[in-house]
Design a protein around this ligand. Structure first.
Ligand SMILES: [Zn+2]
Length: 388
């Protein structure tokens, strides 16, 4: 058995293999050819029974380069906006952030940090290697963005809260990463940290095999997320499943916690659950193939709305071939680009009208109401099928 990157026990058992999947589900390509030729890698899901952690045992960090045209903003969804605003007001109140400084690691294009600083009336610093040009960078009322991976020695001053959303699952050595953040904020400080990751519980409960993507070498459960911080003595303030159970959120106190004892915590997910998820994965995919292939073969106009990693991974795993299926996304930065692996073009909701979809697949059931509303506003009434 392999060693666990979280608890370091030699208790990681391989449970599921996905071969030759795209390395980036959130990268955008300029041509169909480039998108089809996108780099691929293998995923071997290993599960640690000691702490409840999932890890891609075949992960090669050398394949990853977040300077590619990477786009994963959920900023265009009203559902996400509501969630983001509630999260900001909670954190701003709890840590009294007015006039203070928030550091965001993995700030993407900065949508969340701008929203945060605006609502919480605080200063912001954002690190992200996929950043390029930034309007009004660091000027009054604007956060300062650094277009690079987080570096402790590039941090311009003390921070009061570290936000790190959907980053830990991309990191090959999460323990090292967390230690680096803790040492950057200062072991004497009482700075808080907010970390958010996808939930392994959700993937396993729903059989969401397409949520296993190459960009994510780590799959945290409540137990392994908490263990990641507490084994170094950082105290957990809050640990919850959020966003319809799809995300895990943890709040920790860095400095204060160091005086605490590293604890051994029970796993919140059992190896039997993960084994039965793995055993059923091919059946889940076969079921979707048997729904979609006859539809496409008979000329039914099928679209999929919401082109994030879930949709792109879903289409790649199903291998539907060159069938005319429309990809639709409301993020204008995605429209006109091509999706990794399948090489299918991404269309805007307005373009969808001319296609006249009879069936629209929804990649994430959380957006079902929002998408139904948008379709109805365009005078479209297709059958909606939620992938999950
Ligand atoms: Zn472990």
């Amino acid at each position: 058995m392999a060693q666990c990157p979280i608890c370091e026990e030699n208790t990681v058992e391989p449970v599921l293999e996905l071969r030759n999947i795209p390395v980036y589900c959130n990268a955008l390509y300029r041509t169909a050819g480039e998108a089809r030729a996108a780099p691929r890698g293998d995923l071997t899901l290993g599960f640690c029974a000691a702490c409840g952690h999932g890890v891609n045992l075949s992960f090669d960090p050398g394949l990853m380069d977040y300077k590619v045209n990477y786009e994963n903003s959920l900023h265009y969804s009203q559902t996400f906006q509501r969630y983001a605003k509630a999260l900001v007001s909670h954190l701003a109140r709890r840590y009294r952030l007015q006039g203070k400084t928030v550091l965001e690691i993995g700030s993407g294009r900065g949508d969340f940090l701008r929203l945060f600083c605006g609502l919480a009336k605080c200063k912001g610093i954002g690190f992200d290697p996929s950043l390029d040009k930034i309007e009004g960078n660091g000027s009054a009322n604007n956060p300062l963005f650094l277009p690079e991976s987080f570096r402790k020695d590039h941090l311009p001053g003390p921070v009061d809260l570290v936000i790190c959303r959907h980053v830990l699952e991309h990191v090959a050595e999460p323990s090292l990463f967390v230690r680096e953040i803790a040492s950057a904020v200062g072991e004497e400080s009482s700075a808080a940290g907010y970390f958010e990751v996808p939930s392994l519980e959700w993937i396993v409960e729903r059989g969401a095999v397409w949520d296993l993507i190459y960009e994510h070498p780590q799959y945290f459960s409540l137990g392994s997320l908490r263990r990641l911080f507490e084994r170094w003595g950082y105290a957990t303030e809050r640990l919850e499943r959020e966003y319809g159970g799809q995300y895990l959120a943890i709040e920790v106190i860095f400095g204060e916690g160091l005086r605490g004892e590293a604890r051994s915590l029970p796993a919140t997910i059992q190896v039997s659950q993960v084994r039965s998820f793995a055993a059923g994965a091919q059946e889940v995919l076969s079921r979707w193939r048997s729904v979609l292939r006859p539809m496409l073969a008979s000329g039914t106009a099928v679209a999929i709305w919401g082109i994030g990693s879930k949709a792109i991974s879903f289409l790649n795993l199903l291998e539907l071939g060159e069938e005319p299926l429309w990809l639709v996304d409301q993020n204008p930065r995605k429209v006109g680009k091509y999706a990794a692996g399948t090489g299918l073009r991404i269309h805007s909701p307005e373009e969808l009208r001319s296609f006249g979809p009879e069936v629209v697949l929804v990649a994430n059931s959380l957006y079902l109401g929002e998408i139904r509303g948008s379709l109805s506003d365009m005078g479209l009434k297709p059958q909606l099928l939620s992938i999950l």
